[in-house]
Ligand binder design. Structure first.
Ligand SMILES: *[C@@H]1O[C@H](CO)[C@@H](O)[C@H](O)[C@H]1NC(C)=O
Ligand SMILES: *[C@@H]1O[C@H](CO)[C@@H](O)[C@H](O)[C@H]1NC(C)=O
Length: 463
């Protein structure tokens, strides 16, 4: 069992832990006696930064415990993980879940705000959007939907730029912040980069991997488009260049470490399974764009061996990720191939408004996570009706942008055995004590963490 230090991985004090090592510390006060030397040094440092800003990729350390050192990724180390707020959905009578959630977050130096969940029975019939059949859905499904709407309503009302929304049984690996930093590099590229990647093969070394999804894949119902034959893949390190990242705020919009929030809707990083991207394909040669590409991070030690990559205890075959990529590969891509479970997802203000409109105002009739999965998989109706000159060009900035990571960064703790826990909120009690996908799970190690034990348990060891 590997021994790891809790402080070293930024659990208790991320800022101190990460940057002390990076910056080092000089004790001798040479600069007090030599102001000119200091000025000269500063000048050259600034000159260096001036010429190199825009060309130096951010180094991704091979060790998955190690944080990335870059100003633009620093906010991910803060108590709200680089989002403006973290909202947790909790039914007020589930104080047990609130206790555990509060404790887990505290040990990871995360600041939460709780949003009261509601039960389906407390919702008046007149309060549902069309169609009227939705009142026949189970009380659990209706309550879960309403609770998510309450959270989105709050994001809109408080005009939050970005918010991370958790269900109260969420779990994460102790290497959460390093994980999120790597995701942020990917999300900036996938949300903001609109150019055709296949047009410059030297710049983007695209590898066409075989898609191992089958029609039995759980998610085939969630997207209207078929399974693609190939998976155009690119190493995260090859797209990790500052010019793409520094284009922070178009139109003066507020920025985020995860990419301009006016360019993405949902960062769906807590789920129980995702499909590879699906998109409209024509007979013409398919162009590789940010919509279809999958970014890869090889040798990610937070990723379990292929045989452990499963969303549920009753799943017989591992997720397609396990067979499509080498062991310990993490991938990042658009969430257009269907996603299930809303255990942790971030919304931008744009995304919160769109989802609240879709499911709070316009139409809602189904389990919230699968409805949201369909929303991400579909294209906006308005966009499909080409322009006057008959061209089918999409209007810029209007497409739905949901981004995800496989395996997920957040996962359900206490999944119910033999039954999908997709209702999420308030659903049942744990029969099997585990968290799928997460190796050094915070929940599984909670006792060790609060007792400040050094050696944490890897749930899915390599052997
Ligand atoms: C964390 O960083 C985000 C993004 O810059 C910011 O919006 C948020 O206010 C910060 N949270 C805290 C507690 O400093
Ligand atoms: C909401 O936030 C945006 C961007 O930060 C700002 O331009 C707008 O004025 C805000 N609206 C309100 C009502 O505060």
């Amino acid at each position: 069992m590997p021994r790891i230090s809790i402080n070293a991985i930024g659990l208790t004090s991320p800022r101190v832990a990460s940057f002390r090592k990076a910056t080092g510390r000089r004790q001798s006060p040479w600069y007090l006696s030599r102001p000119q030397l200091l000025t000269t040094c500063c000048f050259f440092i600034l000159l260096y930064l001036y010429f190199h800003f825009g060309s130096t990729p951010i180094a991704i350390p091979p060790d998955s415990y190690q944080l990335l050192v870059d100003e633009s990724l620093k906010d991910i180390l803060n108590t709200t993980l680089g989002f403006q707020k973290i909202l947790v959905l909790n039914l007020p009578f589930r104080t047990d879940r609130k206790d555990a959630m509060t404790l887990a977050a505290a040990t990871s130096n995360i600041e939460l705000e709780f949003v009261d969940g509601v039960t389906g029975d407390s919702i008046r019939q007149s309060a549902y959007p069309p169609p009227s059949e939705n009142v026949k859905l189970s009380a659990g499904i209706r309550g879960s939907w309403r609770t998510h709407m309450n959270a989105l309503q709050r994001v809109v009302q408080e005009n939050l730029t970005t918010a991370l929304i958790f269900e109260d049984d969420v779990d994460w690996d102790v290497r959460l912040r390093p994980n999120l930093q790597r995701f942020a590099l990917a999300s900036r590229f996938l949300s903001e980069n609109k150019e055709v990647l296949s047009s410059s093969p030297s710049k983007y070394p695209i590898e066409q991997r075989l898609n191992t999804e089958t029609s039995e894949t759980t998610f085939h119902t969630l997207s209207q488009y078929g399974i693609t034959e190939k998976l155009p893949s690119l190493p995260l390190s090859s797209v990790n260049q500052k010019p793409l990242l520094s284009g922070q705020s178009h139109h003066g919009a507020p920025s985020s470490p995860y990419g301009d929030p006016s360019q993405w809707d949902i960062l769906w990083i807590g789920h129980c399974g995702a499909g590879f991207p699906r998109y409209r394909s024509s007979s013409r040669k398919i162009e590789v764009t940010a919509k279809s590409v999958l970014l890869t991070l090889l040798n990610d030690a937070t990723v379990p061996l292929p045989k452990w990559i499963k969303a549920h205890p009753f799943q017989s075959e591992p997720d397609p990720l396990a067979s499509a990529y080498p062991p310990h590969t993490r991938i990042y891509h658009r969430g257009s191939g269907g996603l299930l479970c809303t255990v942790g997802y971030a919304v931008s203000q744009r995304g919160a408004r769109r989802i609240l409109h879709q499911f709070g105002v316009k139409e809602w009739n189904g389990i919230f996570d699968s409805e949201l999965g369909k929303w991400c998989a579909a294209e906006d109706e308005r966009l499909k009706t080409g322009s006057a000159d008959g061209s089918k060009k999409e209007k810029k900035g209007k497409e739905r942008v949901c981004l995800t990571s496989q395996p997920p960064i957040f996962a359900h703790h206490h999944p119910m055995e033999g039954e999908s826990d997709i209702g999420g909120l308030g659903g049942g009690y744990a029969r099997k004590h585990e968290t799928k996908y997460l190796r050094y799970s915070v929940r599984m190690n909670l006792e060790k963490i609060v007792r400040a034990e050094k050696a944490l348990k890897d749930q899915w060891p390599d052997e």
